[in-house]
Design a protein around this ligand. Sequence first.
Ligand code: FAQ
Length: 325
Amino acid sequence: MMTTTADLADDEISDAERVFDELVAHEKRIEPRDWMPEAYRKTLIRQISQHAHSEIIGMQPEGNWITRAPSLKRKAILMAKVQDEAGHGLYLYSAAQTLGITRDTMTQQLIDGKAKYSSIFNYPTPTWADMGAIGWLVDGAAIVNQVPLCRASYGPYGRAMVRVCKEESFHQRQGFEILLTLMQGNEEQRAMAQDAVNRWYWPSLAMFGPPDDQSPNSAQSMKWKIKRFTNDELRQRFVGMLVPQAEILGVTLPDPELRFDEETGEYAMGEIDWDEFFEVLRGNGPCNAERLERRRTAHEEGAWVREAAAEYTRKQALRAERQAA
Ligand code: FAQ
């Protein structure tokens, strides 16, 4: 049973708040039955639902290549990967539901265009090499962002992340392997791989969110131990991971200013196009309209499945009632 602030008297709230603060301070998990500040609940619903929507919308750019994968083996792998993303969406919607929001409400917010999902999924996938670049860069960024979320203070979110990260790490390796195969191919194949890396590199850096001085949610989310690192810290970690892998692949990262700064011990990098990022967030990216339309149509076309499932549940309950009588 969920305990909300409305259930408690004022002195009980301060006791509950003290217990909450202690649990967070001692790296203990907050569970659905525990009291939590309303703002904590709201932040979690915001982040987890956006994350779930990202996984679901994120099926589309790769889904585009299932019918055109270059071999049966590649097709089977891609289908499994896209199905994994659907599974991640389901774990995440389930985690958000423990906070008192329904799946229907979240879905409605998404198809009405009122909910955010990751900027990255609003870019097109014109070539097979995009499957490699998405796996290497997008899943790579997702892992760097999500491994610390396995320690998120909210139990259902952190536990969902453990499984998600295991699967993402397989996804990343399959993307790397697609690019490696192309880079060992002919000139045209190598050019295709480099072109995909050129197009996905900057959007994958933007996935980590706005720079720290323009990230309104980071400070509070870190105090609550939902986030463990800032957006810029994780972006920096990601670039550090990519540089040696790009060398093995033989691809160039498309940032002429990228260099290791001995003094700071960090990579110095060129400026991300934040205007483009905020335009994508406002719904004006290259594929925003297409992604939402596809999701809306799929939801409408799936209405009969939801109705059939509800009817089956109703009949099962009736049968159980009759047997009990
Ligand atoms: N896109 O104050 P902050 C994947 C919004 S899963 C769109 O820094 P916060 C798997 C942010 O929501 C990818 N919006 O916010 C896969 C906020 O707006 P709001 C998704 C963004 O929450 C791979 C505002 O900007 N991963 O890739 C973005 O502290 C391949 C201000 O930002 C997650 O969701 C963005 N990139 O930090 C699937 C991970 N960045 O809500 C298929 C969990 C920021 O105030 C194929 N989420 N915004 O209106 C997080 O870690 C955090 O929510 C951040 C943002 C880091 C994304």
